[in-house]
Design a protein around this ligand. Structure first.
Ligand code: SAH
Ligand code: DHB
Ligand code: MG
Length: 218
């Protein structure tokens, strides 16, 4: 069995580049709140958080859908890239997590721009479709077994040119370990293969940290 890197391990090159940035007081506060509430310490890597902000800003996205809120770390990163008329909808299974996220996002100054929907993301996605909602940007970061379903939904709810970003495509080295056949890992492989092969999107796959996929709906 190969050894798999634990969740928040970073390699020296990642640490070096991270050291060039000043501490982000707001995001440090989010991590502190997550620890205080004994929530899982699995917020997106800081470098990818900055990339989310940049991608939202560059793309000019006005409507963002996040799947998996946790404590609001990635939500704040996404909201930072929005202009004042932009909105973030965030789907979260656990109502207590959504409360923490809402509080953190509000403290960061984005409370009026963010809407949380509690429950199974697949149910919320159906509701959003019934409401005729469309989005310019998707961030997929919830239960890994449903990543292929979330990709289908994102493509269905996408405005032309929408970006679809997915976290954890490497699953701490399990995705590229042929000895691992857990369903969550198999579903993640399927997601990543679909991103690479689906003619409806153009994409790039980043191997740093736990891996990130970026796709643009044509
Ligand atoms: N995006 C966050 C981290 C998300 S961690 C950040 O980087 O800041 C994954 C989150 O997905 C957890 O909060 C978990 O409760 C939520 N989740 C897991 N399964 C889900 C489901 N079926 N529907 C909605 N949310 C789910
Ligand atoms: C883990 C990390 C994540 O970023 C996530 O979304 C889910 C799980 C983990 O390290 O287990
Ligand atoms: Mg993640």
């Amino acid at each position: 069995m190969a050894k798999h890197t634990p969740s928040n391990d970073t390699v020296p090159a990642e640490q070096y580049l991270e050291s060039l940035y000043e501490k982000d007081i707001i995001l440090e506060g989010v991590k502190h709140a997550i620890r205080q509430h004994s929530m899982p310490e699995i917020s997106i890597a800081p470098a990818y958080g900055r990339l989310l902000t940049l991608l939202v800003r560059i793309s000019g996205a006005k409507r963002i859908l996040e799947i998996g809120a946790l404590g609001g770390y990635s939500g704040i990163c996404l909201a930072r890239g929005l202009t004042d008329d932009g909105k973030l909808t965030s789907l979260e299974l656990d109502p207590a997590f959504a409360d923490v996220a809402k509080r953190n996002v509000t403290e960061a100054g984005f409370g009026a721009q963010v809407e949380y929907r509690i429950g199974e993301a697949l149910h919320s996605l159906e509701a959003l479709e019934v409401e005729g909602r469309k989005f310019d940007f998707f961030f997929i970061d919830a239960d890994k077994v449903n990543y292929p379903n979330y990709l289908d939904w994102a493509i269905k709810l996408a405005n032309p040119g929408a970006l679809i970003v997915g976290d954890n495509i490497l699953m701490h080295g399990r995705a590229n370990d042929p000895n691992v056949n857990q369903n969550a890992v198999e579903q993640m492989r399927k997601f990543t293969r679909n991103i690479a092969e689906d003619p409806r999107v153009e994409s790039a796959l980043l191997p740093a940290f736990d891996g990130l996929s970026i796709a643009r709906v044509k």
